[in-house]
Design a protein around this ligand. Structure first.
Ligand code: TEU
Ligand code: CA
Length: 560
């Protein structure tokens, strides 16, 4: 594997709207981010990914961009953005923006011009397609519910939108469109961005015959995902983008790709892959279940652990995926993955350990470092997210009671991750002097940065220690390139693996044996079960590098 500058880095996702408000309008802003760069540096963060900060009507919280060259005025100005870049650079930190180019906003100039002239140049930037028998061209359901086709007023045409109708899909078949996008990407990279997180990119290639599929829901529609999953050739687009933009800058790119096929991993993130990295969503898609929320079940510990292990075994042969426990589209990781009895600080530290020390690049989502949790709402009107509202409607339509549907929102809503970051126990969690755009989680009085900064045994202090360990000169190489070897798999509730120097030879047990001959062998062991547990170290001796329960307990008889 070729070594790259991003392999040993730790990244942090900022959801700007909920990060920190400095002018009292209830909306987080760039000034807020700038003022907390030292906080992030101190945590050990190298790379910051900003969810979209471009001009947008915010129908889908900025993932509907109306001008790719402007900063949303809610967030600040281009001067402030340049200041953020400069301040990050001073601290040796890298900044990634969110690249949302499967679609834009219906308020984007291109789309407005397309509507004015539905057979003209700009209509060719989108998928304007003739209806069939007075109906939409096909039976696709959009990600956010309802038909993925919307009539173009005054014509018999429809435009495609895989997400909301305010997010028309761009036509990547059109070389003019591609040229515009590349120009825009390079414009940002020229400013000094380190790269991009790339949104929904797997969707850009369409089957232009737009075939209908067997309906897969009571609405008589079929998920639009099927069409993009079946179409061939998206890789050629990825190569074209890379060649014309990222490759020229040695930029770091992390792609949002669901349902990755095993035999395509190398093509995506191998040495010469389309992208530098991509998120490992395997545990999240598994937890989400096959279909909608209302029949998703909390995964068993074993299924969850085995999913991560299987993914690690595949990935370490190929490249560095990005490991997450949560992001702005997922519920909070501690609420989702920790069993009830471990919903405490020791549990949160345990989850951090078994995520951050995996093979790959950790991406921490804002608030994760203090163990923020899901947020209960007693009415759907308290939610903001377009997808949550759709899932709620769907649950009611499927016969769920209001209470039950709200329970599903509590477990699954994207808004769980979008409540304001809890900076202190002061009013509105210290996030704003005004009224926050989305109300704060009432547990901010117990869970907040200020309190945890003062306490050595807090989740925040532990995250700092954990990241410092991962990046320490002595262990960095092993945590970055060392082999991932699962262990104690038969022990109930145990999540354990080794990271063994990359130059040790062999596989599995063989490798562990080989490592006894002087190679670095770091054992990460966690007990998610309810019973105390003893691990036989098989003759190994060593020292405890870090413990979430105090060194005494780790070394105690039960655990030894
Ligand atoms: O997400 C793409 C995507 O597939 C998600 O919509 C996912 O299915 C959904 O969040 C599950 O609830 C990206 C962004 O991360 C998301 O925030 C945007 O809404 C979406 O693209 C459209 O840009
Ligand atoms: Ca503000």
């Amino acid at each position: 594997m070729k070594k790259k500058w991003w392999h040993d880095k730790v990244a942090y996702q900022i959801y700007p709207k909920s990060f920190l408000d400095t002018n009292g309008d209830g909306i987080g802003d760039l000034r807020g981010i700038i003022s907390k760069l030292d906080y992030l540096k101190d945590l050990g963060i190298d790379i910051i990914w900003l969810s979209p900060i471009y001009q947008s009507p915010f129908v889908d919280q900025g993932y509907d961009i109306s001008d790719y060259y402007k900063i949303a005025e809610e967030f600040g100005t281009m001067d402030e953005f340049d200041e953020l870049l400069a301040e990050a650079k001073k601290r040796n930190m890298y900044v990634l923006m969110d690249l949302v180019v499967n679609h834009c906003s219906d308020k984007h100039e291109w789309f407005q011009k397309a509507l004015e002239d539905p057979y003209g140049k700009y209509a060719g930037y989108f998928h304007f397609v003739k209806g069939r028998d007075g109906k939409a061209p096909s039976n696709y359901r959009s990600y956010f519910g309802g038909s993925a086709w919307e009539p173009v007023p005054g014509t018999d045409l429809y435009y495609l939108h895989m997400f909301a109708k305010e997010q028309p899909d761009l036509n990547w078949e059109n070389p003019k469109l591609r040229e515009e996008i590349y120009k825009m990407i390079n414009w940002w990279l020229d400013k000094g961005l380190a790269g991009f997180r790339i949104d929904a990119i797997i969707n850009i290639k369409k089957d232009l015959s737009f075939p209908s599929f067997e309906p897969d829901g009571p609405d008589g529609l079929a998920s639009c995902v099927k069409m993009v999953e079946e179409v061939e050739g998206v890789g050629e687009y990825f190569e074209d983008i890379k060649r014309n933009t990222f490759a020229k800058y040695d930029a770091f790119t992390v792609a949002e790709v669901f349902n990755m096929k095993d035999d395509e991993l190398a093509e995506f993130i191998g040495d010469n892959g389309h992208f530098s990295s991509m998120f490992d969503f395997s545990a999240h898609t598994m937890a989400q279940g096959e279909s909608g929320w209302y029949n998703s079940r909390k995964p068993s510990f074993k299924k969850w652990r085995d999913t991560i292990f299987a993914s690690q075994m595949r990935l370490q042969e190929v490249g560095h995926a990005a490991n997450i426990i949560e992001n702005h589209d997922e519920p909070r990781g501690v609420s989702r993955f920790l069993p009830d009895h471990a919903q405490n600080e020791a549990g949160k530290k345990m989850l951090a350990t078994t995520s951050i020390l995996l093979y790959g690049i950790p991406f921490i989502y804002q608030g994760q470092e203090i163990g923020m949790t899901n947020c209960w709402r007693s009415d759907i009107s308290e939610y903001d997210d377009i997808s949550t509202k759709d899932q709620y409607r769907e649950a009611l339509a499927a016969g769920c009671s209001k209470e039950q549907a709200l329970e599903y929102c509590y477990e699954n809503s994207r808004d769980n991750a979008r409540t304001p970051l809890q900076w202190s126990g002061a009013s509105e969690a210290g996030f704003t002097d005004g009224t926050p755009w989305l109300s704060v989680n009432p547990n901010y009085k117990e869970i907040n940065v200020e309190e945890q900064e003062q306490r050595k045994d807090s989740v925040l202090s532990y995250y700092k220690a954990l990241i410092a360990l991962k990046k320490s000169p002595e262990y960095k190489e092993t945590f970055t390139y060392g082999r991932f070897v699962p262990d104690y798999e038969e022990k109930e509730g145990v999540f354990a693996f080794h990271r063994i120097s990359a130059d040790a030879a062999g596989n599995g047990a063989e490798l562990m044996e080989a490592a006894k001959g002087g190679k670095q062998d770091i054992l990460v062991a966690a007990n998610y079960g309810t019973e105390a547990c003893t691990l036989d170290l098989d003759g190994r001796t060593g020292k405890v590098l870090l413990s979430n329960v105090g060194e005494e307990k780790t070394r105690s008889e039960e655990i030894r």
